[in-house]
Structure formats: C-alpha cells, structure tokens
Design a protein around this ligand. Structure first.
Ligand SMILES: [Zn+2]
Length: 89
C-alpha cells in the first residue's frame, strides 16, 4: 500500500495544531462552494448540524442520526428566508 506523504504531512500538522481533520474538511468544502456539508459520526460536534449559508443560524440540529430540530420552513431558512434547495417533506 502506497501512502501519500503530503497527506500524511498535512494530517500531522493538523494534529499538532489541534485542528480536527473534520473541521478542516468543512472549511475546504465551503471554500469550493458546497453549502450544506456536515460532519457525521461525531455526535455532539457543532458541525454535526447543518447551518444556513446566508445567516449562519442552525438549520438542522442533529445529534448523530437524530434530528432535534428542523428550521427549514417551506424550503427556506425560517430566520432569513434564504432558499434551501432540496426536497422537504
Ligand atoms: Zn438563514
């Protein structure tokens, strides 16, 4: 099995800086325009939830697989009315 040394160096730096790899992944994906990325399998982490890309308020509050609250009403953020694309039933 080949290991990519640049990836290993990046992970080592992230670990030394105390940055969670998952948070770095969120930052990178938001930087390329993905709006609704969230972290899975880290129950209780802030980014286990989904946030509004316009007002940054919590749209879907999750803990692991449970949805505690859903602030999308009629396909829009209930706080700022930003349209949230998707199928909401
Ligand atoms: Zn909003």
């Amino acid at each position: 099995m080949k290991l990519n040394l640049s990836v290993l160096k990046t992970l080592k730096v992230l670990k030394e800086e105390g940055t969670f790899f998952e948070e770095e992944a969120i930052r990178i994906t938001q930087g390329v325009g993905l709006k609704y990325v969230y972290i899975g399998n880290v129950p209780g982490h802030k980014y286990n939830s989904t946030f509004c890309p316009k007002c940054d308020k919590r749209l879907i509050h999750r803990i692991h697989f449970s949805v505690l609250s859903n602030n999308i009403k009629d396909g829009k953020c209930k706080f700022c009315q930003y349209e949230i694309h998707g199928i909401w039933r």
